[in-house]
Design a protein around this ligand. Sequence first.
Ligand code: BG6
Length: 512
Amino acid sequence: MKPGPTQSNPLREGIVARNVPEGCTVVIFGATGDLTHRKLMPALYNLAADGELPPELTVIGMARRPKSDDEFRQDLREAAGKFSRQTVRDELWTGFAGSVFYHQSEFHDADGYKRLGERLDQIEKERATGGNRLFYLAVAPDQFPPILEHLAAAGLNKPREGAWARVIVEKPFGTDLATARQLNSIVQAAFPEEDTYRIDHFLGKETAQNILVLRFANAIFEPLWNSRYIDHVQITAAETLGVEGRAGYYDKSGALRDMVQNHLLQLLCLVGMEPPTDLGADSIRDEKVKVVRSLRRLSAAAVATDVIRAQYAEGAISGKPVPAYRAAENVKRDSKTETFVALRLHIDNWRWSEVPIYMRVGKRLPKSGTEISIHFKKAPCVLFNKEARAHDDNVLVIRIQPDEGISLRMDAKMPGTSLRIEPVKMDFHYGTSFGKTSPEAYERLLLDAMSGDATLFARRDEVEQAWEFIDRIENAWQESDAPPLCEYPAGSWGPDSAEELLGRDGRAWRRL
Ligand code: BG6
């Protein structure tokens, strides 16, 4: 019989205590890659240092380069020194490193998987992991199919008696609806949906998880959370960084596929969803997928007016000159890939009817930060609002990163004998209120996958619905009469047309 999840849903934490997951072996494909060094191993080390992992936890890294276990551990030690959230302590590292092994194989070599199986059997016996296996595909997407097919051919996808076998698939999950469906079929030929964990690391961010707590653990917001009181919503994900050596992937993808299809739509779902019937993974995901289904599909004409795409040109950030996107390594000199997108969307349901949702995402912007702002409708034009000068709206800001927190802007009387009204902020900062740093998204997500909790992972239908929505925009951009790609200087907030998108509705982007 298949064991059930071993711990409470992450959103029920505090209601039900979190347990340490069962022993298991995490097999990472792409063990010598960037993701493993920057994110996965530091995350596992931090979990181990915080006592969140079972002592039997074992990691096997698989990659093509020949390397001994010790060389692999040494590489990881260096990377952890650079990228770990907590300082790496030698005595803790030594214990942790003893649970890490390296397995060399090409990803398309059947014999490599046979040997992996034998190694797993042996290590599992020695370390008493109980035979539980979590396969992590931290590789380029073209390697997903061969790895999944070989895992299945070697029988490694099948859980052993009394144990479980799960797979984590990194993004990008397809490049459009057709490829996402194809990939879903390949994944599902090897692992059932309930054992498939599609990563969207934004869902592992502390403040993203807090959106549901804010909305559904408090009584004051939900009655206001609808078109009667909300004027509009803005979601911004800004980065000062450029493509940082990932041009091979990014130049084929662009900002819409790279960030909007997954991260931004996921955030929108958390803001827009109805209260779920319970905190079960599927109850929450059922509500999220309804939001994507209710997104108004954009016609080519609507794409022309409501979606702005742009690419950064030469500019400067914090006084430092930045070359144009097209001058970056591995980017085609005539690349038409967008590094910035701004969109105006609508969720066509009762709650959100006629409330515009503005989203923007971009690289090489003046500041890095991700936030959601809920802009409430103005107070009636009587009493203090009678004068011509309009007061500022009430705005609830959810800061996803950095300086995670929530603030509420309201008007207040300035002290003094005259009546002067000025906006003030009620501000909650995670750092100061709880006095501890938030875990990295990958820590939470790895722990959840080990514990069999898929709440913070994207389900098949969510991913496919999101692609269906995005494909229409991509297709409209291919038309000969589509508005051309705009340019913006690096270090600016995007092209003027992004300002006009809100300006023509009498609104403006919130300053980050
Ligand atoms: C990734 C995108 O998924 O998210 C990158 O591929 C982007 O282009 C990154 O830079 C942003 O994530 P974070 O956690 O650094 O905000």
